[in-house]
Ligand binder design. Structure first.
Ligand code: 6PG
Length: 471
C-alpha cells in the first residue's frame, strides 16, 4: 500500500493500541500507527503481517500516511500525555481533522480539550473504551462523544470493530462534549460497585460458610448460568480454580488484600456529590478500596478489637440461595444508581444521553456486561425519562421478590461481624428511596435552630424560620 493513504491513524502502540489496530485491519480498514518507541513501531508492523497496516516512527511520516480529513485515535495514558500528544500533533493537522482520545480521561479535561481544539478548527472526541486487551482485539464496548459530524467520519469503522450482541454493535454516539468519557466514568463507578458486592458475597461464603475454593467455583459458575450472568461473575468463578505456580495453592489465596485503583471510581463519587445524586454502593466500594489499603492498621487493630466469630448459621444450600438473591438485588441497585447519575448529568451538562443506548452498548464487550442489561435497556425503551430503575415495574418486581433474602443476609453478616457495606448500602438505598417520609424533617429543624437556615412546611407553601429559643 505504498502510495495509498490510510483510513485511520493510531497513536500509542501498546497492547491496547496494537490490539485495536489488528481488530480494525481484520475488518478491512487500513490503519497507520505511530509510537515514539521504535521497538513498538517494528513489533506492531511485524504482528500485522500482510494486513493493511503501516507503522511510522516519526510524526511527519505518520501524518503523511493518512487520508484527509484525518481520523487519529490516541491510546496513551490519561493526563499530561494526552496534552503532550495534542501539542505535538496540532501544528501538523488541517481544519476538519479529528483527534480521538480513547483513554480513561477525566471528563473535565475532555471538555477543556474539546473547546481548545474547536477554537483551532479541529474536532476532538473523548471516547470510553471498555473490555481490556481482549476486548480491544475482538470487540470492545465503545462510548464516543463529541461533535456529531465528526462521529460520522468514524462510525463505520467503530461499528465494525465493536462487540456485537444479536448483531447490534456495542457502540453508539453518546452526546456532545465530554459525554463519552462521562459515560465511561460512570461505567467504571458501576464496575467498582459490582466488584465490591461480589467480593462481599465471597467473604460471606468463604469465611462465613466455610466453602472451599472448588465449592466457590461451582457456586459462581452456577450463578453465571442464571439471571446473574455477567462477565464479572464469570471471571470470579474462573479465579477460584487458578493454581499459583509458585506454591500449588489457589492464587487468589496468595494475593494481598489491598485493592489499588486508578481513580475512575473516585471521580464517579466526586461528581455524584457535585450533582447531588446519591450513590451509596459506589461510594462504599471506593471507601472499601481505601480501607483495604490500611493493611498495617488493620493488622494491628485485629489484635485488639474483638468481635463475633465470622460464622453464618443455618443450612449451606439455603444460605447460598439467599446470598445469590442478595447479590442480584444489590446489583440492580448499583446499576440504578449509575443510571440515575447519568440521567442527572445529561440534564446538567446537556449531554442529551439516551439511556437505552447506554444500556444497549454495555450489553457486550465491556467489563460490566451482564444479562441484566437487557431488562435495563427495556426499562428505558419503555420510559426514557424513568427517574430510577427501582421503579421500573419489571425490575421493581424482581427486587420485591428478593428483598427478604437480602435482609436476612445482612442480618447474618452483622451477627457474624462480616463487613458487607455495599450490600447494606444497597439495601439502605432501596429503603430510603421507597420511604415516603424520611427523618430529614429533624435535620431541617436542627439546622434552623442552630443556624437560622430555614425550613419548608408540610402544610403550607413558603420558607420559614422560627426563633426556637423563644418558644
Ligand atoms: C474497562 C476497565 C478499564 C480499567 C479499570 C481499572 O472498562 O476496560 O474499566 O478501564 O482497567 O478502570 O480501574 P482501577 O485500576 O481503578 O480498578
Amino acid at each position: 500500500m505504498s502510495d495509498t493513504k490510510y483510513q485511520f491513524g493510531m497513536v500509542g502502540l501498546g497492547t491496547m493500541g496494537c490490539n485495536l489496530v489488528m481488530n480494525m485491519a481484520d475488518h478491512g480498514f487500513s490503519v497507520a500507527g505511530y509510537d515514539r518507541d521504535p521497538i513498538m513501531v517494528d513489533s506492531v508492523q511485524h504482528t500485522a503481517g500482510d494486513r493493511p497496516v503501516k507503522t511510522a516512527g516519526t510524526l511527519e511520516e505518520f501524518i503523511g500516511l493518512l487520508k484527509t480529513p484525518r481520523a487519529i485515535m490516541m491510546l496513551v495514558p490519561a493526563g499530561a500525555a494526552v496534552d503532550a500528544v495534542i501539542r505535538d500533533f496540532t501544528p501538523h493537522l488541517q481544519p476538519g481533522d479529528l483527534l480521538i482520545d480513547a483513554g480513561n480521561s477525566h471528563f473535565v479535561d475532555t471538555s477543556r480539550r474539546t473547546k481548545e481544539l474547536a477554537e483551532k478548527g479541529f474536532h476532538f472526541m473523548g471516547m470510553g473504551i471498555s473490555g481490556g486487551e481482549e476486548g480491544a482485539r475482538f470487540g470492545p464496548s465503545m462510548m464516543p462523544g463529541g461533535p456529531p459530524d465528526a462521529y460520522a467520519l468514524v462510525q463505520p469503522i467503530f461499528e465494525a470493530v465493536a462487540a456485537k450482541v444479536n448483531d447490534e454493535p456495542c457502540v453508539a454516539y453518546m452526546g456532545p462534549g465530554a459525554a463519552g468519557h462521562y459515560v465511561k466514568m460512570v461505567h467504571n463507578g458501576i464496575e467498582y460497585g459490582l466488584m465490591q458486592l461480589i467480593s462481599e458475597t465471597y467473604d460471606l461464603l468463604k469465611r462465613g460458610a466455610d466453602l472451599s475454593d472448588d465449592e466457590l467455583h461451582h457456586v459462581y459458575a452456577e450463578w453465571n448460568g442464571s439471571e446473574l450472568q455477567s462477565f464479572l461473575v464469570e471471571i470470579t468463578a474462573e479465579i477460584f480454580l487458578f493454581v499459583d505456580p509458585k506454591t500449588g495453592d489457589r492464587l487468589v489465596n496468595k494475593i494481598l488484600d489491598r485493592a489499588r485503583s486508578k481513580g475512575t471510581g473516585k471521580w464517579t463519587s466526586q461528581d455524584a456529590m457535585d450533582l447531588q445524586v446519591p450513590l451509596p454502593t459506589i461510594d462504599l466500594a471506593v471507601n472499601m478500596r481505601d480501607l483495604s489499603a490500611l493493611k498495617d492498621q488493620r493488622v494491628a487493630a485485629a489484635k485488639v478489637l474483638t468481635g463475633p466469630a465470622p460464622r453464618l448459621e443455618g443450612d449451606k444450600a439455603v444460605l447460598i440461595g439467599r446470598v445469590k438473591n442478595a447479590l442480584y438485588f444489590a446489583t440492580v441497585t448499583t446499576y440504578a444508581q449509575g443510571m440515575a447519575m447519568l440521567q442527572q448529568a445529561s440534564k446538567t451538562y446537556e449531554y442529551n444521553l439516551r439511556l437505552e443506548d447506554v444500556a444497549r452498548i454495555w450489553r457486550g464487550g465491556c467489563i460490566i456486561r451482564a444479562a441484566l442489561l437487557e431488562p435495563i435497556r427495556a426499562a428505558y425503551a419503555n420510559n426514557p425519562d424513568l427517574p430510577n430503575l427501582l421503579v421500573d415495574p419489571a425490575l421493581g418486581q424482581e427486587l420485591l421478590q428478593r428483598q427478604a433474602d437480602l435482609r436476612e443476609v445482612v442480618k447474618l453478616a452483622v451477627e457474624g461481624g462480616i463487613p458487607v457495606p455495599a450490600l447494606m448500602g444497597s439495601l439502605a438505598y432501596f429503603d430510603a428511596y421507597r420511604s415516603e417520609r424520611l427523618p430529614s424533617n429533624l435535620v431541617q429543624a436542627q439546622r434552623d435552630k442552630f443556624g437560622a437556615h430555614t425550613y419548608e412546611r408540610v402544610d403550607e407553601e413558603g420558607v420559614f424560620h422560627t426563633e426556637w429559643n423563644k418558644g
